[in-house]
Ligand binder design. Structure first.
Ligand code: SAM
Length: 401
């Protein structure tokens, strides 16, 4: 996830909402507010508080869904870097001492080779692969990593390359310092443990996890086609109180973590894990709800999802998708055009949802031989990737006619 989490709000409400975030201890005080040219303001939020954020109450305050959303911003991060430069970071200080103890001089080139951002998982810090690339660091041996850990207030360090293309979305992570690579996150009262070298954790999906937690699924059977370590399976079981969740996952490392997490949260008796490719799933006609949480698209499994819905009563599909809007060329002075760009984005999401609803209705008809009605209940915006790529979730109600 690039950048830091921020609440995007209208400028006229920014101070009021900033005070509200601060009183809840959720405002990241190490970062500055960022004014955008479209008349909105980004309020940086502490990642650890994201799961507790009551987005709905903020939306009620600003009285609009559009104007209040969680986004990930690089420009907010920039404001930290500038502050960091002014004050001189602890990391820089301890590394300077280390180099000098080896008879080396601190240079601007070395300073540029320090991490600009990193992910924190408890006492483990995950560095990107664009820092500490200069050969001089190799002379410091393991002392380098213990010093970096001290500078960042961590006990363990790892380096992440990029999400690998093996279909498991496994990050390529190597440990630099520390005995083991299991980490733990607690989100919204749910504990998630996983091995950072083998599984991914989608911090950017927090708003969707909170939305799922707010569903009332009592008496329902849910199928989570892309369960991972339990990102959505657990909120369905713990908070939404689903009667049963069938969790499909083909990465054995994610399955190991999923089992652990079901146990740790006391819900393993209500979950059946189906390890393997969800397109080969043998279940049929059991689901009141199917979660299709794969981006950029879960389209490969739409027909499986249709087969899973109860024949007599149907159910709801939650379809995740990255939807790309046509790029609009605007300058800072074109603020009104940018605002209308948001309206254009919504129109693109609606068009994708309309097409998807038709497609799903036709899959259901082909599969059952009878007519089905598909109704777009809601389109949820989860997050944005620049430029104009939006992760959205379509809640599609499917009923036999
Ligand atoms: C984006 S990740 C995970 C999940 C989680 N739903 C989220 O949004 O944070 C997708 C997960 O689906 C799994 N996956 C992808 N394709 C699959 C398939 N055809 N069958 C089963 N699991 C699959 C991957 O191994 C990965 O753990």
């Amino acid at each position: 996830m690039d950048g830091v989490p921020c609440l995007r709000v209208p400028q006229c409400q920014a101070q009021k909402l900033r005070r509200s975030l601060q009183s809840k201890g959720a405002l990241d005080l190490s970062l500055s507010l960022v004014k955008d040219s479209d008349g909105t303001v980004l309020l940086p939020i502490l990642a650890s508080c994201l799961s507790q954020l009551d987005l709905q109450s903020f939306r009620t305050t600003v009285a609009s869904d559009d104007a209040c959303e969680v986004v990930w911003s690089k420009s907010a991060l920039q404001s930290k870097k500038e502050k960091g430069r002014a004050s001189g970071s602890k990391l820089e200080k301890v590394l300077q001492e280390l180099l000098e103890s080896h008879g080396e001089r601190w240079t601007e080139e070395l300073k540029r080779d320090l991490p600009r951002s990193f992910q924190r998982h408890g006492d483990l810090v995950l560095l990107g692969d664009t820092c500490f690339v200069l050969p001089l660091w190799e002379n410091m041996d393991q002392q380098l990593w213990s010093t970096v850990a001290r500078g960042l207030g961590a006990k363990r360090l790892a380096k992440i390359r990029r999400i690998s293309r093996d279909g498991f979305r496994s990050p390529e992570v190597t440990m630099l310092l520390g005995e083991h690579s299991w980490v733990k996150h607690v989100d919204n009262g749910i504990s998630y443990e996983f091995d950072v070298t083998k599984c991914m954790f989608s911090a950017g999906n927090i708003t969707e996890k909170l939305r799922v937690a707010g569903f009332d699924c009592r008496g329902e059977t849910v199928v989570d086609l892309y369960a991972g370590i339990g990102y959505f399976t657990l909120p369905y079981l713990v908070h939404a109180k689903a009667s049963h969740v069938h969790a499909c996952e083909w990465n054995p490392n994610a399955v190991e973590a999923l089992k652990k997490n079901l146990e740790a949260n006391g819900v393993s008796d209500r979950c059946t894990i189906h390890q393997g490719d969800n397109r080969q799933l043998q279940l049929c006609g059991v689901a009141d709800r199917v979660n299709l949480g794969l981006i950029p698209s879960s389209e490969d499994s739409w027909s499986v999802a249709c087969r899973l819905l109860r024949r007599a009563t149907g159910g709801i599909l939650h379809i995740h998708q990255n939807v790309t809007s046509p790029v609009q060329h605007s300058t800072a002075s074109d603020a009104p055009q940018k605002v209308s760009g948001k309206k254009a984005d919504r129109e693109v999401w609606q068009a994708w949802a309309d097409d998807t609803a038709k497609h799903i209705a036709s899959l259901l008809k082909d599969f059952t031989g009878t007519l089905w009605t598909t109704n777009i209940q809601h389109i949820e915006h989860v997050k944005s990737y620049a430029p104009h790529v939006h992760h959205v979730v379509l809640d599609l109600e499917c009923r036999p006619s």
